[in-house]
Design a protein around this ligand. Structure first.
Ligand code: NAD
Ligand code: FE2
Length: 415
């Protein structure tokens, strides 16, 4: 194993996890001196009854709680500014995000605007623009996916410009993250499947991308093990409490891993397909993950091969010849997607060609692939990919992922 000469690792989020973890929220808020939190959520999460659970717990101990549920998928620049105004108008003193990545990232955006007393969130985009701690933020993930509850990242979409902007700073790490199985048990199988594949893509990209280090590796390997084992179980049995808890921990571990080692081509092309066509993030990750592995295989085959152990266990690892282990990892991921496709009655698309919107119209017309390949060049996530990417290779990968066929290495410029 080659150790990096230098690396940094940081996760200063307090993680409160367990079947009654939510009951700790009043105490956690009191510890931050907060009395009037703004609860940010979306309509899907509120409609599933999850805000009732959280506000029920808060009711006895707090004088006031303000709730807003108008976060759209992928967050939104305009909504962030609106919610910041709501926070100011009501003199709130903390934020509680109850939702998936869209909600948690919105909350991070709102926290930037209110803490910096800013008028434009965009002034803080990119890396390192924040210089001081923000207001208290408690993250309660309701998907086991993005890991945003422990990442220094926020991804917010400008729906008007069809762009997804990234914000990176240690100050974006929430103060506390509360993991409780009651929050994820209501996720439908389709959302469970795609958000779980997002978590798996975090762990796997963290493990083979360039900024990997022994600390991120430890988190990534544990995450791969838990997610690979429990994702099909919870997609099949949504009320499996133990499985749900394991998935929440797995996604959290994966978030810690990638927040420190960063991601690569899978997220790069995934962000671009999300900003150009609105492909849900997790679904894009599920489709692209096998291609990210295939594209980078010649650069880090031995690293990819090691993933077979946490995925398939010792017997399979030892019974697979060394030269075939990395390829086996790719086929197991394709099989996992295939299984999720069946469990979700086809809603978990296996390739871009199969992705449909809520009116069953194709989300990714083939003609749009060049636009996605181009948009990916503007997204920083390619920087840590083991192999360099460019427009032609992006397009080649997207074509294969559209059709759902394995990547033909011989046609690529690289490797
Ligand atoms: N900040 C980060 O580190 C990071 C990492 C990866 C992705 N992201 C971003 O996160 C966003 C995606 O987040 P996501 O995948 O968690 O999905 P999401 O937050 O968009 O939620 C997807 C859907 O599931 C519903 N839902 C969520 N939890 C539910 C529950 N328990 N019961 C019923 N319905 C529920 C929501 O209402 C929504 O309709 C993307 O914008 C992506 O770019 C951020
Ligand atoms: Fe992701």
């Amino acid at each position: 194993m080659v150790l990096p000469d230098y690396y940094e690792f940081c996760c200063r989020v307090k993680i409160v996890a367990g079947h009654n973890a939510l009951e700790k929220i009043p105490e956690l808020l009191a510890g931050k001196g907060a009395k009037k939190p703004l609860i940010i959520t979306d309509k899907g999460v509120a409609g599933a009854g999850l805000i009732d659970i959280v506000s029920g717990i808060l009711q006895d101990r707090l004088t006031e709680t303000l709730i807003t549920d108008n976060v759209p998928p992928d967050s939104d620049l305009r909504i962030v500014h609106q919610l910041a105004q709501l926070y100011r108008d009501n003199s709130c003193d903390a934020i509680i995000a109850v939702g998936g990545g869209s909600v948690m990232d919105t909350a991070k955006g709102v926290n930037i605007v209110v803490s910096e007393n800013a008028s434009d969130l965009m002034a803080f985009s990119g890396a390192g623009a924040l210089k001081r701690p923000l207001k208290p933020l408690i993250a309660i993930p309701t998907t086991a996916g993005t890991g945003s509850e422990v990442t220094q990242v926020a991804v917010i979409k400008d729906h008007e410009k069809h762009l997804k902007m990234a914000f990176l700073s240690y100050f974006l790490l929430p103060d506390v993250s509360v993991l409780d199985a009651r929050m994820t048990m209501t996720m439908p199988p389709f959302v469970t499947a795609m958000t779980g594949m997002d978590a798996l893509s975090h762990a796997i990209e963290a493990y083979y991308c360039l900024q990997k280090n022994p600390l991120s590796d430890a988190h990534a390997i544990s995450a791969v093990n838990m997610i690979y084992q429990y994702l099909p179980t919870v997609a099949q049995n949504p009320s499996d409490k133990i499985g749900r808890m394991a998935m929440s921990i797995g996604a959290c571990l994966a978030g810690i891993a990638f927040s420190n080692s960063m991601t690569g081509m899978v997220h790069n092309l995934g962000h671009a397909s999300g900003s150009v066509c609105g492909v849900p993030h997790g679904l894009a990750m599920a489709i692209l993950l096998p291609y990210g592995l295939e594209y980078n295989m010649h650069k880090c085959e031995d690293i990819i091969a090691r993933l077979l152990l946490p995925m398939a266990g010792e017997a399979v690892y030892l019974n697979t010849v060394k030269e075939q282990r990395a390829q086996k990892v790719v086929s197991l991921i394709r099989q996992l997607n295939e299984g999720l496709h069946k469990i979700t009655d086809g809603r978990h698309a296996r390739c871009f060609r199969e992705v449909k919107d809520h009116e069953s119209k194709p989300t990714v017309p083939r003609e749009v692939l060049p636009q996605i390949a181009k948009a990916a060049l503007l997204d920083g996530a390619y920087i840590y990919n083991p192999e360099e990417t460019d427009y032609e290779d992006n397009l080649m990968v997207l074509e294969a992922a559209w059709e759902g066929r394995p990547l033909e290495r011989s046609k690529l410029k690289k490797g």
